[in-house]
Design a protein around this ligand. Structure first.
Ligand code: MRU
Length: 351
């Protein structure tokens, strides 16, 4: 299907199965793929059909529900064994986005609460919870969007890295949700999208989303950000995150750290849009956040086009860590935490 004039529903429940936009083929094609088990769903996450921390969390919740529905006529022992395996396979799909583990924990708590019920009732309850995780994500993104929009002046030229948009969430987006909300509030916002090597989420997904919304967007390669900042062409940076440690260090798509250092050099505010489900108080600092290393093929070239020399050694860390000291503010659904640190993040969960 043509990808023009499409509204973005990253994941949807249709005819008893989960459907997800295949983000690997955007923007050339707009297609949904169907999922009916936890193993299939985990593969969808691993292979990046769906990506972005909140979307991964929502998908994992549906993966648990799908498995419960699939096993609802099994014996109670087989159901329990199958569900435990489902949790394990989903947890192993990608390591960095903490929303995955947050969603699995939430689904296990629900399962535990209804464990004595007939299996059909358990499965329906888990499906209801998955729907709620999805609906809640959109509500949270709208709340973050409203807080974040207030930070951007009318006419702001805002740089973003990777895709923290509707495609990375159940809808609206985190960083791109801030832009959408600012535009809805009547502000003129223009976006500068980093291409985001090597998987090109900026060029393929952020640029596509903004074009669909008719929000002005300019695409640059990652190594152009410093030049743009030095010429006074960037007023603010807003990015998403996969995991924030207790001290406020932020893991996000590889290259974010470079952008944060450049922003500090040029006195440009660097904001991180971050639902509470992405804050991991159990991790003391960014050095302890597990960083996914992906296949070297992604760096060697793109799809069928290979440009790297044969025999060269390649690294492909998919995320980096921006120290809290470079973060101007975390935009959460409870408000903006300026200069985040351990005390402020701990208080956020108590307020
Ligand atoms: O590898 P990806 O595409 O899953 O990485 C996504 C990001 O780095 C996003 O910025 C992050 O998950 C926040 S999404 C709201």
């Amino acid at each position: 299907m043509s990808a023009q004039n499409q509204s973005v529903e990253t994941l949807r429940w249709r005819d008893g199965r989960l459907e997800m936009i295949d983000q690997r083929v955007l923007p050339a094609r707009y297609e949904y793929l169907g999922y009916q088990s936890a193993a299939e769903t985990a593969e969808g996450i691993r292979s990046m059909v769906v990506r972005g921390a909140p979307a991964i969390g929502c998908t994992a919740a549906y993966g648990v529900a799908l498995e419960a529905l699939r096993l609802r006529n099994a014996s109670p022992a087989d159901f329990t064994a199958g569900m435990d395996k489902a949790f394990d396979v989903l947890a192993a799909s990608r390591p960095t986005a903490v929303n995955l583990f947050w969603a699995l924990k939430r689904m296990r708590t629900v399962w535990n609460a209804v464990k004595q019920q007939p299996l059909g009732v358990i499965a329906e309850r888990l499906l209801t919870e998955a729907h709620e995780v999805k609906a809640e994500d959109i509500r949270i993104n709208r709340a973050m969007g409203a807080f974040g929009a207030e930070l951007l002046p009318d006419g702001a030229r805002v740089l973003t890295h990777c895709n923290a948009g509707a495609l990375a969430t159940a809808g609206h987006g985190t960083a791109l949700g801030v832009f959408r909300s600012a535009v809805e509030a009547g502000k003129r916002i223009s976006v500068i999208a980093d291409e985001t090597r090597p998987f090109l989420q900026g060029a393929r997904l952020t640029a596509w989303e903004m074009v669909q919304e008719k929000i002005p967007v300019t695409l640059i390669t990652d190594n152009m950000a410093g030049h743009m900042m030095s010429r006074g062409e960037v007023d603010a940076v807003v990015v998403g995150t996969d995991r924030v440690a207790a001290n406020g260090d932020v893991a996000n798509k590889i290259g974010t750290y470079m952008v944060a250092v450049l922003a500090r050099r040029h006195n440009i505010p660097f904001y991180v849009a971050c639902p509470l489900s992405t804050i991991d108080l159990s991790i003391p600092d960014g050095m302890s956040i597990p960083i996914e290393e992906r296949a070297v093929d992604e760096v060697k070239g793109f799809r069928d086009c290979v440009w790297a020399a044969d025999g060269v050694s390649i690294r492909n860390p998919a995320f980096d860590v921006t120290p809290a000291e470079l973060v101007t503010g975390l935009i959460t659904e409870k408000g903006v935490v300026l200069l985040p640190d351990q005390k402020k993040l701990t208080e956020l969960f108590c307020s």
